[in-house]
Design a protein around this ligand. Structure first.
Ligand SMILES: Cc1cc2nc3c(=O)[nH]c(=O)nc-3n(C[C@H](O)[C@H](O)[C@H](O)COP(=O)(O)OP(=O)(O)OC[C@H]3O[C@@H](n4cnc5c(N)ncnc54)[C@H](O)[C@@H]3O)c2cc1C
Length: 389
C-alpha cells in the first residue's frame, strides 16, 4: 500500500498552498475587519479578481470535466485542494465549478445555465430544505401543478445557501402527491425573473443562507431538470457530490488553528514558564494532532473511493461526521489555549468557532450521518472492518 502523493498531486497541492499563502492570507486582516462591521469579507470584485488570477495558471473548474473547460481533477485532488483553502477563513473558492446535476441537463439547459455558471456569469442555489422538512427531506410540501405547457410552483424553502444572490434556483417540488419522494418529486430550474423572492437569514456564522418564497411562480415545462418525478434522486446525487469536501475544508482550518495554538503556547508565559511546557496544554495539542491525522485519512479514504468508483457513502458519512465533531472540539481547545484572547474579536479563533459549528448541521446533521452509518452496518451494506475487509 503506497500512501505517498504522486508528483502531480504534490505539485497541485503545493501550487494551491502557495496561492493561499501569497494571495489569500494577506487579505485576512481586511476581511476580518469588514466582517466585524457586518460587511461581506471578500467583495465580489475581489473574489472574481483572485479567481481570474488563478485561472491564468490553469486553476479553473477543479471538478468540472475537461470537455466543459475545467480541470477534471478527481476527488482526491479536490480534497487536497480543499484542505489548503480551508487553512484560511477567507471565503475563497476557485472559479469554474457548477452543481454536478447541471452536467446532466439537456443541451439547451446546459447552454443557458451550466455554461454561464461555470463562467461565473450566473449564480445558482440548491433548494430542497423547507420550514417543515430538513433532515426529513422526503417530506417536502412545495407543490408544482401542471397548467398546459407550464407549471405553477407554490411553497417556501429555507436555509438556502446563496439563495439571496442566486440568478436561478434548483427547486425541488412535489408533482405527484401520491408518489411523493418515490417518483413524485421533480426538480425545476427556476429563474429569479419568474418572481420568486428571497430574504437573508442571519446566522451565527458568516455564511448567510436565505429563505425563498414561491407564490404562483410559473415556469415552462422545459424548466424541468432531468425527468419529471425523478427529482429526489437528483437531490440525493447533488448532496452526495462531495460530502468529503466539507470535512476537508475543516481539516485545513484545524491544521492552521493548532499551529496558532502551538505558537501562542510557546510565547505565552504564566508562572515563569511558557504554557507549552504544561501537560494540560500539551495534551490538548496532542489530542488535536491525532484527531487531525485520523480525519485526514478518513477524508482521503473517502475521496479515493469516489475516484475508484467504489460505493463511498459510508466513508463519506464517516468523514463528515468525524470532521464536524472533531473540528468543533479542536477549535474549542485552541480557543482555550489562547485564554481570554481566544474569546476576543481581535483573533479569528472565535470566528472559526462560530463557522465550524454549521458543519454538524448542514448536508446531513451528525445524527443523520450516524443513522446512515448504523443502518448500513445493520443491513450488511457495510462492515466494521471497513473497505479493506
Ligand atoms: C448555513 C446553512 C446552509 C444550508 N444550505 C442549504 C442549501 O443550500 N440547500 C438546502 O436545501 N438546505 C440547506 N441547509 C439546510 C440543512 O441541510 C438543514 O438545516 C439540515 O438538513 C437539518 O434540517 P433541519 O434544520 O430542518 O433540522 P431537523 O431536521 O428539524 O432536525 C433537528 C434536530 O433533530 C435531529 N434529528 C432529525 N431527525 C432525526 C432522527 N431521525 N433521529 C435522530 N435525530 C434526528 C437532527 O439531527 C437535529 O439535531 C442549510 C442549513 C444551514 C444551517
Amino acid at each position: 500500500m503506497d500512501l505517498t502523493l504522486t508528483q502531480e498531486e504534490r505539485e497541485v497541492r503545493d501550487w494551491v498552498r502557495t496561492f493561499v499563502t501569497r494571495e489569500i492570507m494577506p487579505l485576512e486582516p481586511t476581511v476580518l475587519e469588514r466582517e466585524r462591521r457586518g460587511e461581506r469579507g471578500l467583495t465580489l470584485e475581489e473574489l472574481r479578481g483572485l479567481q481570474a488570477k488563478a485561472r491564468e495558471s490553469g486553476f479553473f473548474g477543479v471538478l468540472t470535466p475537461e470537455e466543459h473547460g475545467g480541470m477534471g481533477l478527481g476527488a482526491l485532488m479536490a480534497a487536497l485542494i480543499e484542505v489548503e483553502l480551508g487553512r484560511s477563513f477567507v471565503q475563497f473558492k476557485f472559479g469554474g465549478d457548477a452543481d454536478n446535476i447541471l452536467f446532466a441537463a439537456n443541451d439547451e439547459q446546459q447552454e443557458r445555465y451550466l455554461r454561464p455558471t461555470i463562467e461565473g456569469e450566473k449564480v445558482s442555489c440548491f433548494a430542497i430544505t423547507e420550514p417543515g422538512a430538513g433532515s426529513d427531506a422526503r417530506n417536502i410540501r412545495t407543490r408544482a401543478v401542471r397548467d398546459g405547457d407550464e407549471w405553477v410552483i407554490n411553497g417556501e424553502k429555507t436555509f438556502i445557501t446563496g439563495g439571496d444572490v442566486a440568478d436561478f434556483a434548483l427547486v425541488f417540488a412535489v408533482t405527484d402527491v401520491e408518489k411523493g419522494a418515490d417518483g413524485g418529486v421533480t426538480c425545476f430550474i427556476v429563474d429569479r425573473e419568474t418572481g420568486w423572492t428571497s430574504a437573508p437569514i442571519p446566522t451565527m456564522g458568516e455564511w448567510g443562507p436565505a429563505s425563498l418564497s414561491f407564490q404562483d411562480v410559473r415556469v415552462p415545462h422545459s424548466a424541468i431538470l432531468g425527468e419529471e418525478g425523478r427529482g429526489f434522486e437528483l437531490a440525493m446525487r447533488w448532496i452526495g457530490q462531495g460530502r468529503y469536501l466539507l470535512p476537508a475544508r475543516a481539516l485545513g482550518a484545524c491544521e492552521r488553528l493548532v499551529e496558532m495554538a502551538m505558537e501562542h503556547a510557546q510565547n505565552r508565559e504564566t508562572f515563569g514558564a511558557p504554557i507549552a511546557t504544561r501537560q494540560a496544554i500539551q495534551w490538548m495539542i496532542a489530542d488535536s494532532a491525532v484527531e487531525i491525522e485520523a480525519l485526514r485519512w478518513l477524508v482521503l479514504g473517502a475521496a479515493w473511493q469516489v475516484d475508484a468508483g467504489i460505493d463511498s457513502r459510508q466513508s463519506q458519512s464517516m468523514a463528515k461526521l468525524y470532521g464536524g465533531v472533531k473540528a468543533n472540539e479542536i477549535v474549542d481547545r485552541v480557543l482555550q489555549v489562547h485564554g481570554g484572547m481566544g474569546y476576543t474579536r481581535e483573533l479569528p479563533v472565535e470566528r472559526w468557532y462560530r463557522e465550524l459549528r454549521v458543519l454538524r448541521i448542514y448536508e446531513g446533521t451528525d445524527e443523520i450521518q450516524r443513522r446512515t452509518i448504523a443502518r448500513n452496518l445493520l443491513a450488511g451494506h457495510a462492515s466494521v472492518r471497513g473497505h479493506l475487509g
